[in-house]
Design a protein around this ligand. Structure first.
Ligand code: HPA
Length: 276
């Protein structure tokens, strides 16, 4: 897919639209590791396999499925993205951002992104749920490079990338459900190697609270189209050098599933009260 190639986006949009029938999704939810079960909570689901959507590759990471699930969650028409495209798999940033472009074209007003992340702030151990307040793009890639696609701003304003009103709603829902939720800055890195202790110390000094390998491209695309964003990190492990213990991908998946249950409660509470 070339830069400014609306063809790539519109072919994918057409394929998804055909499957939606009369459903008009208002909210899209991108599921990170451990949150796959939320796709099964969608009522009257229409499962759209990536293999049927032009431009959508098959995701390559264990624990990530490759489908969009359309339907309703808590009565809200949604599109759930199960399986995302990471830059570390070799995908260009525009492929990572393609689903967000498709969602915006289909009329989605709100993008909710979730991810698994490492803790950078020393008081964020594994098992912390973090609302994303802001991000650092340390991927040195941007899906908006090239000709702007129709409906996209050339220079998107990023002063409030994660919508303040939606964040306030998320905090209120978590508080009422008695779920502890921290808030902080997500640093997006290319990966796939986890960070070194020196890199974690660097990230701390740069103002990051969590570190991961996703989310940033989607949010950049969404903001360029005026889609409001809300993001959550499930902190599965302290960053390298913080506790002196090594981590494994299996451990990352196991911890994320526990916190994912709490995040699912928060997400459902938000959907019940969301205004879009
Ligand atoms: N670093 C980057 N990405 C991650 C981590 C981490 O420590 N844990 C889960 N995703």
């Amino acid at each position: 897919m070339g830069k400014g190639d609306e063809g790539g986006t519109s072919a994918a949009v057409a394929a998804v639209r055909k499957r939606l029938g009369t459903l008009k999704p208002r909210v899209a939810i991108v599921l990170g590791s451990g949150l796959g079960f939320l796709a099964d909570a969608v009522a009257d689901p229409v499962r759209i396999l990536y293999s049927t959507i032009p431009g959508f590759p098959e995701p390559g990471v264990a624990g990530h499925k490759g489908e969009l699930v359309a339907g309703t969650l808590e009565g809200v028409p949604v599109l759930v993205q199960a399986g995302r495209f990471h830059l570390y798999e070799g995908h260009p940033a525009e492929v990572a951002g393609l689903p967000a472009r498709v969602f915006a074209e289909l009329g989605v007003q709100i993008l909710i992104v979730t991810n698994a992340a490492g803790g950078v702030r020393r008081t964020f151990p594994g098992g912390t749920l973090m609302l994303i307040a802001d991000h650092l793009n340390l991927m040195w890639r941007n899906p908006l490079i090239g000709q702007p696609q129709p409906g996209e701003q050339r220079f998107p304003i990023m002063h409030a990338p994660y919508d303040p009103e939606l964040r306030a709603l998320a905090r209120a829902v978590a508080r009422e459900a008695k779920i502890t939720m921290e808030e902080g800055v997500y640093a997006g890195l290319l990966g796939p190697s986890y960070e070194t202790p020196a890199e974690v110390r660097m990230l701390e000094r740069l103002g990051a609270d969590a570190v991961g390998m996703s989310t940033v491209p989607e949010v950049l695309v969404a903001r360029s189209r005026g889609v409001r964003c809300l993001g959550f990190s499930i902190i599965t492990n302290p960053g390298a050098g913080i506790t002196g213990e090594a981590l494994s991908h299996t451990e990352v998946l196991a911890v994320s599933e526990q916190v994912a249950r709490q995040l699912a409660i928060v997400l459902k509470g938000i959907l019940r009260r969301i205004d879009c």
